[in-house]
Design a protein around this ligand. Structure first.
Ligand SMILES: NC(=O)c1ccc[n+]([C@@H]2O[C@H](COP(=O)([O-])OP(=O)(O)OC[C@H]3O[C@@H](n4cnc5c(N)ncnc54)[C@H](O)[C@@H]3O)[C@@H](O)[C@H]2O)c1
Ligand SMILES: [Zn+2]
Ligand SMILES: [Zn+2]
Length: 361
């Protein structure tokens, strides 16, 4: 049986999203049906709406969610109805060439539900990042639903499902941030501030947040930045050098995704430093760098997909840190809204008024 519920749909490039009646099938083998409790609005949802990811419209948006298992399909043995879960957009297959080499965080055949959710007229929906959680119910692969401590507040817990994990992991997993490092982060939105929180958590001695919006910098300081740079008034490369004895940072995380900030981030590194790109660029974006500097500066230029996380390993760890007061997830929840308010939330995100708007159902 399919369930008719309300979901937030992007119908065509750039068009405002609409709340529609959608049909969500009961779970088949290897699938679970999740009753969504909360889902954060991530910049990637806006990228979908704008056609910057692909043109597979209509999209069912939302991918930063916590909920409870409503039903499990045949053969699903490790979850049961009522379990509190955070939904992951990666569920490693265990058998692709990357999983077989012991690197499941790069899995190239990550699993999603095999049945499709549809519009009322049967048109298949492309669920954002294989989730689609701006919806009362969503259907995912069982491995995407990661059981967590039910005491964690869903509005905060759900953010681990994308932005927090991506940012924290970009700094700590991909970038290898460690005690004593100097770390600079370009873009102090939800993702960048999670990178700041991660760097602070592992004991980086200097954590520099860079943004063009003073409100974002204020949040960065709350989340662990020791210094902030307003790039709308100050040259961030020079400022980062000045804050690191003239050298540049050991690790620079780029959480904006534009050629201009990528170049600045590149030049903000110390010799042999690491640059991690976690911001998602537009498909047409190009960056030009002096090859002699790419060579001469050494170090590593990396990209971070989902913070190189293993959801089943890492989500419960971040929830534990949250519950113990070591990771302030509540600080990321700027407002709670309803399903009808996602379009307004995009505008607020673009104006820099929020770290995260979170849809509560
Ligand atoms: N790699 C991944 O797995 C992954 C996961 C989630 C999100 N993302 C991407 O990360 C990026 C950030 O996402 P978010 O949700 O934090 O978005 P956001 O809009 O909340 O944050 C972006 C921040 O960049 C700042 N910014 C814009 N121009 C700048 C400039 N010139 N210099 C410095 N700062 C500038 C903005 O003021 C804003 O604070 C997006 O591109 C998103 O798609 C990547
Ligand atoms: Zn795999
Ligand atoms: Zn996201």
């Amino acid at each position: 049986m399919a369930h008719s519920v309300r979901g937030v749909v992007a119908r065509s490039k750039g068009a405002p999203v609409t709340v529609e009646s959608i049909l969500v099938p009961d779970p088949g083998p290897g699938e679970v049906l999740v009753r969504v409790r909360a889902c954060g609005v991530c910049h990637t949802d806006l990228h979908y709406r704008e056609g910057a990811i692909n043109d597979g419209y209509p999209f069912l948006l939302g991918h930063e969610a916590a909920g409870t298992v409503a039903a499990v399909g045949p053969n699903v043995t490790d979850l049961q109805s009522g379990d509190a879960v955070v939904i992951a957009w990666r569920d490693p297959c265990g058998s692709c060439r990357s999983c077989r080499r012991g690197r499941p965080w790069y899995c190239f055949a990550s699993r999603n539900a095999t049945q499709r959710m549809t519009l009322g007229d049967g048109t298949p929906l492309a669920a954002a990042l294989g989730i689609g959680a701006f919806s009362e119910l969503t259907l995912v692969a069982a491995g995407q639903a990661v059981r967590i401590d039910p005491a964690a507040r869903p509005e905060a817990a759900g953010l681990i499902g994308c932005g927090i994990m991506a940012g924290f992991g970009a700094a700590v997993h991909t970038g290898g941030a460690a005690r004593g490092d100097t770390v600079a982060v370009y873009g102090c939105g939800g993702v960048g501030n999670a990178a700041i929180a991660g760097a602070a958590f592992v004991g980086a001695r200097r954590v520099i947040g860079v943004d063009i919006d003073p409100r974002k910098l204020e949040w960065a300081r709350r989340l662990g930045a020791t210094d902030t740079v307003d790039a709308s008034t100050t040259d961030p490369v020079a400022a980062i050098r000045a804050l690191t004895d003239g050298h540049g940072a050991d690790l620079v995380v780029e959480a904006v995704g534009t050629p201009a900030t990528y170049r600045q981030a590149f030049f903000s590194r110390d010799h042999a430093g690491t640059l991690v790109l976690v911001g998602v660029p537009n498909p047409t974006a190009q960056v030009e760098l002096p090859l002699a500097e790419v060579f001469g500066r050494g170090g590593a230029l990396k990209s971070s997909w989902y913070g190189d996380c293993l959801p089943s390993r890492d989500f419960p760890i971040l929830i534990d840190l949250y519950r113990r007061g070591r990771l302030d997830l509540d600080a990321f929840v700027s407002e709670t809204i309803g399903l009808d308010d996602v379009e307004t939330a995009f505008a607020r995100m673009e104006r820099g008024e929020v770290l995260r708007s979170v849809v509560v159902l």
